[in-house]
Design a protein around this ligand. Structure first.
Ligand SMILES: [Fe+2]
Ligand SMILES: [Fe+2]
Length: 352
């Protein structure tokens, strides 16, 4: 036997005209909850409200706080024009002495290891694609996911040298009670820029346990190795980073070429994540994955130029030419933007 439950009819009550009714926000509601000062909403996520909605899932969503509206980039990025970014080319600086050769061999070994770990076989793929494109794509084809995983690893190690070099020069300056002449700023800014590359790619790809272990292991070895290497020969480390950045420019150039050739269909109409739009100040109508790759490649070309130049200088005496003001400003000189590109670096006599 079941009892019938009848609900009373709902009466609508209209408020008197002197009371203003408005809806309250979730934060205002949570503010009213006893023992919850600040109205914190546990687990609340921040979703972007701009019209540019990425077509892939965002893996690395920013958490909203009660008080902070926005945290802008610590180092504002210089503005690059599309024309300037299109002039970025693959380049190689010839190894002229023993120090250069040691740096070049070290980069080749690293490149081989990274190719193995990420299943990247560009040379073999190019060779086979000339005779049998379908077989090449099946056997060696780099998918969007494979490229992204590779980029995440590449960027996670790329952010270390600048930080280590900056830290050593910082400690050196304080220990020896001497000026640094502006190097630390550029070195830290470079590692910050690399970390922004990493954060951007993490928005689009979530690394699995294998890649996370690789990153952890690589950082443990890499950071310590660079620390001792920079103490022994900073010039060799700058040359080494210069060569590493040459490889980075090659990698991103290949991704752009693959995208243009239709081999990466998922990226063709993909919007760049909001973090990238804000950091690079990407103009309206130029906020796609291809544009993002152009910006990242241009950054890598800048790191290539900066490190090859620093490798040419007197490490103890010379000022950092990328933050210096010049007596004759009309002549081409090193700069933070892409105004006067010099892919293989500036020679000491040209800048000091
Ligand atoms: Fe990078
Ligand atoms: Fe770089």
């Amino acid at each position: 036997m079941s009892a019938m439950i009848s609900t009373p009819p709902i009466k609508t009550i209209s408020a008197p005209p002197w009371i203003q009714i408005r809806s309250i926000t979730p934060h205002e509601f949570m503010d009213m909850v006893p023992g919850n000062p600040g109205g914190r909403i546990v687990g609340q996520r921040n979703f972007t409200t701009t019209q540019s909605v990425p077509k892939t899932k965002e893996f690395f969503v920013a958490k909203e706080t009660n008080r902070v509206r926005k945290t802008p980039a610590a180092w504002p990025h210089p503005v690059y024009t599309e024309e300037q970014m299109n002039t970025v080319t693959v380049a190689h600086r010839e190894a002229k002495n023993i120090s250069d050769k040691v740096a070049l061999v070290a980069v080749k070994v690293l490149r081989w290891g990274l190719d193995k770990a990420t299943g990247y076989k560009h040379e073999k793929a190019t060779k086979l694609s000339q005779t049998d494109p379908a077989a090449a794509a099946k056997k060696y084809g780099m998918t969007e996911e494979k490229y992204m995983i590779r980029n995440v690893f590449l960027e996670s190690v790329a952010g270390v040298p600048g930080m280590v070099a900056g830290m050593i020069r910082h400690l050196n300056s304080m220990r020896r009670l001497k000026r640094d002449n502006g190097w630390i700023e550029s070195l830290l800014e470079e590692s910050y820029n690399e970390r922004m590359h990493l954060l951007t790619f993490l928005k689009m790809q979530k690394p699995g346990w294998f890649m996370k272990t690789m990153i952890l292991g690589a950082q443990g070895v890499w950071c310590n190795a660079l620390f001792f290497a920079y103490l022994i020969s900073p010039r060799t480390v700058h040359r080494f980073v210069g060569y590493l950045e040459e490889e980075a420019v090659i990698t991103y150039t290949r991704q752009i070429k693959d995208l243009d050739a239709g081999r990466l269909p998922k990226w063709e109409n993909l919007d760049a994540p909001q973090i990238a739009v804000e950091y690079w100040k990407m103009p309206e109508g130029h906020r796609k994955m291809r544009d993002l790759l152009l910006y990242v490649r241009a950054d890598e070309s800048k790191h290539r130029e900066v490190n090859h130049t620093l490798g040419n200088l007197n490490q103890k005496e010379d000022p950092n030419p990328f933050v210096s003001e010049y007596k004759d400003d009309s002549k081409p000189h090193p700069s933070k933007d892409l105004k006067f590109p010099k892919p293989t670096g500036w020679e000491r006599a040209e800048v000091i």
